[in-house]
Write a protein that binds this ligand. Structure first.
Ligand code: DAH
Length: 343
């Protein structure tokens, strides 16, 4: 192969050589641009050329060197752009990072379900403060300062004032709402309540209640009974309820409501203490005095009210034995509600 053939061959090689990555590009660089590059080996051939041919050969040699250099520059730039892009561009073929799905707290699940049931029959949600005036929590509800029924609910007072307290029940929302609104009133009031009680598997110093209140013309005990029956049917699939006479300072007459739970299984018998009946709430006709306290004419309007504990219902529904689990927020406990219906 003479010098011209050789240089033509090198030119062709350069053209066909297409390094794909930085390693191949480095090999290319060493071969054509390094200190011992391929062109250096051509010197002896150059010396043997006839002087007339040397100019032409020199041009070809320069052409080859330039071709190598410009190819190297172009490829180097392309590769560095590609690697920069690689850093910024997410790998769309990678599998998605595992994301743990949150779950709703059982108290929220039950609360939302109860709200939803009452909303279907025209109740709207009313919420109010947890730090409440004594008057709304007790006095307006027929429990003046020395009333013995106050002992039923051990109260957290704020700064010994005896004027402000942590509400002991959501019945305080009744009195608040009646003071500010004219009948017809049809509300349910969910919220947190507090009682100064020793914490155990069965009782806690904080829990949640839902209060219901319906005040309008001609509201009767039959309306109350039918409303509670509808709720029991929707919530528990209960086929019957029973009402037992009871006492609350703010209702007259008052009743406690049991749903028919049945005695089919061991658990049914255990939670109903063998009777098949399960107490779910307290209720009654709003005492005319309470209406009057809140600026509503008891000659014109009547009403019913009811109150229930959400934790109690959640514990029944999900067979939770210890109320403390509902406040500890242990993820292992909460995770179990992952697949529960989301309301
Ligand atoms: N406030 C009562 C309690 O905390 C529950 C209750 C009973 C509310 C009867 C009512 C009612 O509105 O009519 O124990």
């Amino acid at each position: 192969m003479d010098a011209f053939e050789k240089i033509e061959q090198i030119l062709k090689d350069i053209e066909q050589n297409n390094p794909q990555n930085t390693e191949e590009l480095e090999t290319f660089r060493i071969q054509y641009l390094g200190t011992k590059n391929i062109f250096k080996g051509l010197s002896p051939l150059f010396r043997d050329l006839a002087p007339a041919d040397r100019g032409r050969f020199g041009q070809l040699l320069n052409k080859a060197k330039q071709a190598a250099k410009s190819k190297f520059d172009t490829l180097q730039e392309q590769l560095s752009i590609a690697s920069a892009n690689q850093v910024e561009r997410p790998d769309l073929t990678a599998s998605a990072a595992p994301q743990s799905l949150g779950s709703r707290h059982p108290v929220s699940l039950v609360q939302n379900q109860i709200i939803e049931i009452f909303q279907r029959i025209g109740f709207t949600v009313a919420e109010d403060r947890e730090i409440e005036k004594d008057w709304f929590n007790f006095t307006a509800l027929g429990m003046p300062q020395d009333h013995p029924a106050r002992d039923m609910q051990d109260t957290f007072y704020i700064k010994d004032s005896m004027e402000n307290l942590l509400r002991t029940h959501t019945s305080s929302v009744q009195t608040r709402f009646m003071k500010d609104h004219k009948p017809p009133i049809r509300i349910i009031a969910p919220g947190r309540v507090y009682r100064n009680e020793t914490i155990s598997a069965r009782s806690h110093c904080q829990f949640h209640q839902i209060e219901g209140l319906y005040v309008a013309e001609n509201v009767s005990f039959a309306d109350l009974r039918q409303t509670i029956y509808y709720f029991a049917k929707e919530m528990f699939g209960a086929t019957k309820i029973r009402m037992r006479p009871s006492y609350f300072p703010f209702t007259e007459p008052s009743a406690e409501v049991d749903v028919w739970w049945g005695t089919a299984t061991e658990t049914d018998r255990k939670i109903t203490k063998g009777t098949g009946w399960l107490e779910i709430l307290g209720c009654g006709m709003v005492d005319p005095k309470v209406l009057e306290n809140c600026g509503i004419d008891p000659e014109k309007y009547t009403g019913f009210a009811f109150g229930l504990g959400i934790e109690r219902i959640a514990m029944l529904k999900y067979q939770i034995e210890d109320i403390r689990l509902l406040f500890e927020n242990d993820v292992r406990f909460l995770e179990q509600f992952q697949s529960a219906a989301i309301f």
